[in-house]
Design a binder for this molecule. Structure first.
Ligand SMILES: *[C@@H]1O[C@H](CO)[C@@H](O)[C@H](O)[C@H]1NC(C)=O
Ligand SMILES: *[C@@H]1O[C@H](CO)[C@@H](O)[C@H](O)[C@H]1NC(C)=O
Length: 676
């Protein structure tokens, strides 16, 4: 009897220990998490939506169109689809294209894992929604749409995209206003897509590839920085690292997609001449700084040691003690604004690199953002204690142009990775704190990638997004004009129908009433404007399910974060380059959603007041000038210390809890034995 009991205890103990130790990689859970992370992109869709996968999103910005284009049979403009950038309604070409490159790359690496989760169709559908838009925005060989919507105008109003009822300007790059970063990134995205779609949709794959070649040629032949040509982009997605990294990146992708060695030669020459590899070694991998992605791809494609060294140096910098800041809970924290997304894009690279220590790094970072380390999840709707109030106009769904009303977001933006904590793990689920609570296309890119690596093994597709049903639209949109100071010295009075000029490349379309499907005139050259129907008549109410979770009533927060600080430039010995702007540490400033609020400088042209209805303002802002946000740059030089020691994470709460459970179990087993 005694023996039996103790045997049972021991067996139970062993089983329990195995359960605890394998618990960290739970493929099934990761499949459902992955599904939600992919579905986030469906919540970002613009245009006429072909499905109700996100029940609370509706058609929007149907009149987005390039100059002189014709409208389709539904009356929709050629640029009406694609993805909104973040919690706003602007389509920014660079981060959107980078995200599609990442999603394509991820599929190339992990399609079998994605398939094993039953998510292939969903995944490719999401990828194609983005690449379709890139194809549509490639107006001719040397003309590419850089942006639809004016950031300052858009951000001055807090309303869901379904309420946008004014004509939006379209900004282009061409041979006289070049934009190498953008052309190369679009080329990369389409090259990656041509590989991703090769087996399932060969004709689409070849369309992507021919556009990729043309875009690569455009970017390479007419070299210049896109954020100089399109100042409207620079206030939000300025190219700090210049375009030499994208020259490499685009060339590598074309080589990967075509096997044509002339692209490899170009890539290697640009890489060497501009010291591109070093630029990434104490930095992030993101929509601006693509160096480490190139180093990794070049290493995998050529096997050359130098590229490997660059990857090793980067991962060394990102490991604990390697130079980057670690939060007490274990997040590799590179800067204030959106640290989780940088950790996730580096984690994705680490999975592709695939050494024991890099995989450990990736797992630690993923565990952190999922809340396993500190008990705080940074993914909306997932995990215990997760955010519910990301900085997102559609999910919040204010009908009063008020970021504080309603108190909680009306809809749960499942699967969205939020910005993340301060360097001390501090975090408040406060919508107005966009450094911590913004979500964006590029944020989820590395997150989806890292999850895809860990989601292998499961067999069937999983959960569905719970959520609401019914009509997203609601009430007549009252547009209050800008409640908060505007970013930068611009214009952009949302109520006025005025305009400004400034950018030669911008061409603002003229449309008529957005509700009617009619043609439009549109003057390609002039920067003119128009109105559009000032009175939105979108009635319909019915707000469906409200988010039940309450929490977070307290949240105060400091919108005026703005940590100006050391934005050191670790310039990477980029001696020679011609037109290159600084290399080195990018200062995350003008990152996406520069919502009014911040901007410590700048004349705040507060135009409060409650103007109703309108919200025209196709002001093609003059917003030149200093990019907003400011940032942080923690940029110590990488001392080249310790190699990826990430596995030496400090013991966090997430580690302690299972340990104490084991201890308890041992104690109770002993107790049981003794009692017997
Ligand atoms: C997914 O995988 C990561 C890495 O192994 C792990 O930390 C996490 O707990 C898993 N589960 C979920 C729900 O994503
Ligand atoms: C580039 O675009 C600008 C503004 O739309 C236009 O004035 C210029 O003629 C274009 N250049 C070429 C070569 O098409």
């Amino acid at each position: 009897m005694r023996n039996n009991n103790s045997l049972i205890s021991i067996i139970i103990f062993i089983l329990f220990s195995i359960f605890l130790s394998t618990n960290e990689i739970n493929a099934d859970d990761n499949c459902s998490t992955l599904k939600q992370a992919i579905l986030f992109y469906k919540a970002q869709r613009a245009g006429r939506l072909p499905d109700k996968d996100i029940s609370w999103r509706g058609d929007s910005v149907l009149t987005d169109a390039s100059p002189g284009s014709s409208f389709d049979s539904n009356g929709d403009g050629d640029l009406s689809k694609g993805y909104f950038d973040a919690g706003d309604g602007v389509k920014f070409g660079l981060p959107m294209s980078w995200t599609m490159t990442m999603l394509g790359w991820n599929f190339i690496e992990y399609s079998s894992n994605i398939e094993s989760c039953g998510l292939t169709d969903l995944y490719l559908n999401v990828l194609k929604w983005g690449t379709d838009y890139i194809l549509a925005s490639h107006l001719s060989d040397n003309v590419l749409v850089a942006q639809v919507g004016d950031g300052n105008v858009d951000h001055s109003v807090w309303q869901p995209p379904e309420f946008i009822n004014y004509v939006r300007p379209v900004f282009l790059i061409n041979s006289s206003y070049p934009g190498t970063e953008l052309a190369m990134e679009a080329a990369s995205a389409l090259a990656a897509a041509s590989i991703a779609f090769k087996s399932s949709n060969p004709s689409y794959a070849s369309t992507c590839l021919s556009h990729a070649k043309a875009l690569h040629n455009f970017g390479n032949t007419y070299q210049g920085s896109y954020s100089v040509s399109v100042p409207q982009a620079s206030a939000f997605y300025n190219s700090y690292s210049g375009y030499t990294d994208e020259l490499v990146w685009g060339s590598v992708w074309l080589y990967k997609a075509t096997g044509d060695s002339s692209y490899l030669t170009l890539a290697e020459n640009y890489y060497t001449t501009n010291n591109v590899g070093y630029a990434g070694t104490s930095n992030s991998f993101d929509w601006d700084q693509t160096a480490t992605g190139s180093s990794l791809l070049l290493y995998k494609l050529t096997g050359k040691e130098f590229y490997k060294q660059m990857v090793d140096q980067t991962l060394s910098y990102w490991s604990k003690g390697g130079g980057i800041t670690y939060t007490p809970g274990g997040l590799a924290w590179i800067r204030e604004w959106g640290p989780c997304r940088y950790a996730m894009s580096m984690a994705f690279l680490a999975t592709v690199y695939g050494t024991d220590s890099s995989l450990q790094f990736a797992q630690n970072q993923l565990s952190y953002v999922l809340g396993d380390k500190t008990g705080q999840s940074f993914v909306v709707g997932l995990g215990s204690n997760h955010p519910i109030n990301p900085h997102h106009r559609a999910a919040h769904h204010s009908t009063t142009n008020d970021i504080n009303n309603p108190v909680n977001n009306l809809y749960m933006l499942y699967g969205a990775l939020v910005g993340g904590p301060g360097s001390d793990d501090s975090y408040v689920d406060d919508r107005s704190d966009y450094t911590k609570n913004e979500v964006a296309l590029d944020y989820n890119a590395g997150f989806v990638g890292t999850l895809s690596y860990f989601a292998k093994g499961s067999s069937s597709s999983t959960t569905t997004t719970s959520t609401t049903t019914s009509n997203p639209t609601s009430t007549t949109s009252t547009t209050t004009s800008n409640p908060t100071p505007t970013t930068s010295t611009t214009t952009s009075n949302p109520t006025s129908t005025s305009t400004t000029t400034s950018n030669p490349t911008s061409t603002s379309t003229t449309t008529s009433n957005p509700t009617t499907t009619t043609t439009t005139t549109s003057n390609p050259t002039s920067t003119s404007t128009t109105t559009s129907n000032p009175t939105t008549t979108t009635t319909t109410t019915s707000n469906p399910t409200t988010i039940t979770t309450s929490t977070n009533p307290t949240t105060t927060s400091t919108p005026a974060t703005t940590t100006t600080s050391t934005s050191t430039t670790t310039s990477s010995g980029d001696g020679t380059t011609t037109s290159e702007t600084t290399t080195g540490d990018l200062v995350t400033s003008g990152d996406s959603n520069v919502t009014p609020t911040v901007q410590p400088t700048s004349s705040s042209s507060t135009s409060s007041g409650t103007s109703t209805g309108t919200s025209t303002g196709t002001s093609t802002g003059t917003s030149t000038g200093a990019p907003t946000g400011t940032s942080t740059g923690n940029s110590q030089n990488p001392p080249g210390v310790e190699k990826d020691g990430s596995s030496s994470d400090a013991l966090s709460l997430g580690d302690i809890i299972p340990l104490s459970i084991i201890t308890l179990f041992i104690l109770s087993s002993i107790h049981l034995l003794l009692n017997n």
